[in-house]
Design a protein around this ligand. Structure first.
Ligand code: OOG
Ligand code: MG
Length: 255
């Protein structure tokens, strides 16, 4: 138990200080269940500072992301209120170590969801969907990690921006999307990159939430995962995502 809390504290402090730490398990020997216990303990540090749990993020739900990071298992992390970034606002670059951004689709739930569910059941639990951006900022040096390490580090989660909420009762299985920096398109993709349909990411979230004994709650946000490779961000930039039919959102990077 105490080893979990040691790793958890080191990762939490690395995030707070925006200072990278050395990998602790580069060979990936730690069982994944233990890595999730480290993650749980590190999130407990945030909750103890007054942050609230607001949802869950899925990782490596697209081939683009798996290839970019060299890992192939779907992972998840816990979202807290301290990670939410108002759309159109400016985030301080100095809060981060080596931040990257990726375009995602977000769900907000109208009712709890947990366990083995069909896509239809998952959809029935969705209040709305939105174009979104995730800022990931691995706490490990050079953004390099093994699977248990990235799980322990809350799947690199650092911030998220949610665009306009839209009716989920439309076909969002294959919506074109672009990620732009200072108005220049840097990544092009589709929501179909997310396990073939973003709802499959929500189905996976419900299953994993049951394993962790933390059912998805009404009002929670579920980030479905990066649909394209992530891009580095730098001070002074304006970052935005545009999704076919769903609209756009973005944020500024300060100094
Ligand atoms: C791990 C987090 C993966 C996604 O959307 O696939 C992730 C990372 O790439 O550092 O957030
Ligand atoms: Mg992501």
């Amino acid at each position: 138990m105490s080893q979990y809390s040691d790793f958890a504290r080191i990762l939490d402090e690395a995030a707070q200080r925006a200072q990278a730490v050395a990998q602790f398990d580069p060979e990936g020997a730690m069982p994944l269940a233990e890595a999730y216990e480290v993650q749980r303990a590190s999130i407990r540090c945030r909750l103890a500072r007054g942050e609230k749990r607001v949802g869950i993020k899925m990782g490596f739900t697209s081939r683009a992301k798996m290839l970019q990071m060299g890992l192939s298992d779907v992972i998840w992390g816990r979202l807290t209120s301290g990670m939410l970034i108002e759309e159109g606002s400016t985030v301080e670059f100095s809060r981060y170590i080596h931040p990257r951004v990726e375009p995602e689709l977000a769900f907000v739930l109208r009712e709890p969801l947990c366990g083995q569910v069909t896509a239809a059941r998952a959809l029935a639990a969705v209040e709305a969907i939105a174009p979104a951006l995730e800022i990931i900022d691995s706490r490990y040096q050079d953004f390099k990690f093994s699977l248990p390490e990235v799980i322990a580090d809350n799947a690199s989660s650092s911030g998220f921006v949610i665009g306009p909420w839209q009716d989920p009762h439309q076909d969002f299985s294959n919506l074109g999307l672009t990620l732009s920096i200072d108005g220049r398109t840097v990544q092009v993709g589709s929501t179909a990159a997310l396990l073939g349909h973003p709802l499959r990411s929500l189905v996976a979230a419900a299953r994993l939430a049951e394993l962790a004994d933390e059912p998805l709650q009404a009002g929670w946000i579920v980030m479905a995962g990066g649909a394209t490779p992530a891009e580095w961000i730098r001070p002074g930039q304006y970052v935005s995502v545009e999704m076919e039919r769903l609209g756009r959102t973005g944020f500024h990077v300060g100094d």
